[in-house]
Design a protein around this ligand. Structure first.
Ligand code: HEC
Ligand code: HEC
Length: 389
């Protein structure tokens, strides 16, 4: 450090050198003009930004900004925009659902898929608390995603269930059944439900037959969908419990929805059709959704419509250029000529044309043309029918 001599005199450096060769050094130049200008623009932008948007913190609150902007209002606006977009984008589909029968919705790929997708949230909001997020059921609430139905899995039955609600009824202690008999009967039912693996005591079947169970659950124990009485011949329990035997005994002794018995099994499906919770279109979507969850009674193909033939007319009629008399009468004459060519003319078409020409009446000319077009349709159908002669 003996030098103290600047090897670059007049260079406007600060005299600091960073290496032994003294060529890496610190200069003292002004920053470039563009850089300074950009910085000034930045400073101005900060002032405008702080004025326009919420900024300076101030004793537990902050300056709210001239624009009134908040993240919440921005989100609300985006949500409203999205909602408006959806309403516009899907208005036609929503209308089609409103206009279609449940069967037609299920048959139509687009309407069915759209219903299922949009019903998912409806189901989560209104049904999942009881029936489980995927319709898998909960203790006391039936599974909707299988083909074991209390009240029926056709579209019409599911619709009725959701509109009117359901409330199955089973009396308590049928025909004075005793606790011991109830326990035996429960074992018999559970063993029967196991099918080939089960080991029911045939002697106990007498209880089933003589204690009135048969009236509602039927001779084959399969239940009755008119009553919503459960199928007792399978191992699917509508009142599923850890101790299934105890639960079945409870059902037998205390019944279902028995208003005077505090131990009765509760089973009330609320009615959604008479509330404002879901509208008519949402109801249809939910019916289709539950039907498609699994186990819905299949929907057959649409009935064939007879109009198909008319679409492919063999002899196409001429169409009038306008409603003016001259055009209509010319069209009627052209179609009538086609009738004659096909030997399909109706007897009085010629007469009507003649009268129309005399009176210059557009209505008459139109009537003549309609008749000629109809005659052509007949000729077309006759020609496409088989066998042809
Ligand atoms: C408060 C609980 C609850 C809510 C909410 C509820 N359900 Fe139910 N649901 C039930 C009960 C309980 C039953 C059985 C009624 C019975 O056994 O008598 C049932 C039965 C049904 C059935 C008949 C099942 C069968 O096997 O025949 C369908 C379908 C159904 N619910 C659909 C729905 C739909 C769709 C929603 C939503 C819009 C819904 N439920 C909301 C409790 C509920
Ligand atoms: C008046 C008609 C009626 C009679 C009689 C009746 N039940 Fe029921 N039972 C029902 C109905 C309805 C249900 C289903 C209730 C519901 O889910 O809403 C049911 C449900 C049950 C269940 C529950 C099944 C499950 O899946 O969890 C059992 C078990 C049962 N009944 C056994 C019997 C036995 C045993 C008898 C004779 C002692 C009997 N029932 C008599 C109507 C009847």
């Amino acid at each position: 450090m003996s030098e103290h001599k600047n090897p670059y005199p007049g260079e406007n450096n600060t005299g600091h050198f960073w290496d032994d060769e003294q060529d890496v050094r610190e200069l003292n130049n002004r920053p470039p003009r563009w850089y300074m200008q950009a910085m000034m623009v930045g400073v101005v932008a900060i002032v405008i930004y702080s004025f326009y948007y919420p900024s300076i913190p101030w004793f537990g609150d902050h300056y709210k900004g001239a624009a009134g902007w908040t993240q919440i209002t921005e989100m609300d606006e985006s949500v409203a925009e999205l909602k408006a977009y959806r309403e516009k984008r899907f208005a036609a589909t929503e209308q089609a659902i409103a206009d279609s029968s449940l069967e037609d919705i299920v048959r139509d790929d687009e309407l069915r898929t759209y219903s299922i997708k949009t019903a998912r949230t409806l189901f989560a909001d209104n049904c999942a608390a009881c029936h489980g997020a995927a319709g898998q059921g909960n203790a006391g609430f039936p599974v909707l995603a299988d083909d074991d139905w209390l009240f029926g899995g056709s579209l019409a039955k599911i619709e009725q269930t959701i509109i009117n609600g359901r409330k199955g009824n089973m009396p308590a202690r049928m025909l004075g059944i005793t606790d011991a008999e109830a326990a035996k009967l429960a074992t018999f039912l559970i063993e029967t439900g196991k099918g080939a693996q089960g080991n029911p005591n045939p002697a106990d079947k007498v209880l089933y037959l003589t204690k009135g169970c048969i009236a509602c659950h039927g001779p084959t124990m399969k239940g009755n969908q008119m009553l919503g009485s459960a199928n007792l011949s399978d191992s699917i329990y509508r009142f599923k419990a850890e101790d299934q035997h105890a639960s079945v005994v409870r059902t037998i002794l205390h019944g279902v929805n028995n208003p005077i018995d505090p131990l009765t099994q509760d089973a009330v499906m609320p009615a959604f059709g008479h509330s404002s919770v879901i509208d008519a279109v949402q109801l249809k979507k939910l019916v289709v959704y539950v039907h498609q969850l699994g186990g819905g009674v299949p929907v057959g193909p649409a009935p064939k419509k007879a109009v198909a033939v008319l679409k492919n007319l063999k002899y196409t009629p001429v169409v009038a250029k306008s409603d003016l008399f001259a055009d209509v009468i010319a069209t009627a004459e052209a179609n009538y000529k086609k009738n004659l060519d096909q030997k399909a003319a109706w007897r009085d078409t010629a007469k009507i044309i003649k009268n129309a020409k005399k009176s210059k009446d557009v209505a008459l000319a139109t009537a003549a043309n309609t008749q000629a077009v109809n005659a052509l349709r007949q000729a077309s159908i006759a020609a496409s029918a088989s066998p042809s002669f």
